[in-house]
Ligand binder design. Structure first.
Ligand code: KIV
Length: 276
């Protein structure tokens, strides 16, 4: 079988889309974290995270903006390249930034850059049914895609703040329809942010692809957190779903291992991290 040069001597096989699908099928929780540099990527990988996201949250936690809107394709490429150097086993997904996927051809051009220049293995874009055409176009060119539903931070100015989504029946039904449409369009993973537990579980049950949650309750196939939030680096008021794994004086590597273990044994998220 083909193996990337730098992975030939790794003790464990690198995670790929098939691994993630098999984990869902086996009921094994998928532990995911964001990372933005090689040193943390190495720690996150060694702690056993299955998937690492170079999120456009870097606009907030690295660049100091109030939102993810100012992040550019070039920013993601820079961070993705350096994160990839720290990874051995984990799968690398990266965000397509705000307005970098407004047409199928623009989306394809930028996704190719993220994969060729940024060494990404999958791209993530935000949106529901309105993105079906884009997802179809990317998937038809064999670009692995994750569709991000629920709270979509790139739309924060339109939504009017970072708020829980899908609390009313009509919105919840629309999200379920969107999830199914995005899977049919070729999305390989769904990411669900800030929705009530019940909706998280319903989306998970409605699709065959893995559903990763952040503030989507325990009924999904895996969890993701922003690295700087779960390490207690982010200052100020944090979202309800964040747990600080550094509490109790753990070293960063221990905190990362504790997070992976808590996701795998389903002790995170606990009821206090969930929305109803
Ligand atoms: O940008 C990011 O870090 C994200 C997470 C909130 C999942 O999309």
């Amino acid at each position: 079988m083909y193996k990337q040069l730098q992975q030939r001597d790794l003790p464990e096989a690198p995670v790929n889309i098939s691994t993630l699908r098999a984990m869902k099928a086996a009921g094994e929780q998928i532990a995911c974290l964001t990372a933005y540099d090689a040193s943390f990527a190495l720690l996150v990988d060694r702690a056993g995270a299955d998937l690492v996201l170079v999120g456009d949250s870097l606009g907030m936690v690295i660049q100091g903006h109030d939102t993810t809107v100012p992040v550019t394709v070039q920013d993601i490429i820079y961070h993705s390249r350096i994160v990839r150097r720290g990874l051995g086993r984990a799968f690398l997904m990266v965000d397509m930034p705000f307005m970098s996927y407004t047409t199928p051809s623009q989306a394809l051009e930028n996704a190719v850059r993220l994969m060729q220049e940024g060494a990404a293995m999958m791209v993530k874009l935000e949106g529901g049914a309105s993105q079906v055409r884009i997802v179809e176009h990317l998937a038809s060119h064999d670009i692995p895609v994750c569709a991000h539903l629920g709270l979509r931070p790139q739309s924060v100015h339109k939504i009017g703040g970072f708020k829980v989504q899908g609390r009313d029946q009509a919105q919840a039904e629309q999200m379920l329809e969107d999830a199914v449409a995005l899977e049919q369009a070729g999305a390989d993973i769904l990411l669900l942010e800030c929705v009530p537990n019940e909706l998280g579980q319903a989306v998970r049950d409605a699709v065959t692809v893995p559903v990763i949650g952040i503030g989507a309750g325990p009924g999904v196939d895996g969890q993701i957190l922003v690295l700087y939030d779960m390490l207690g680096i982010t200052q100020g008021r944090l979202p309800r779903f964040v747990r600080n794994f550094m509490q109790g004086g753990a070293a960063p590597v221990e905190a990362l291992q504790a997070y992976v273990a808590a996701v795998k044994d389903r002790s995170y998220p606990a009821p206090e991290h969930c929305f109803s």
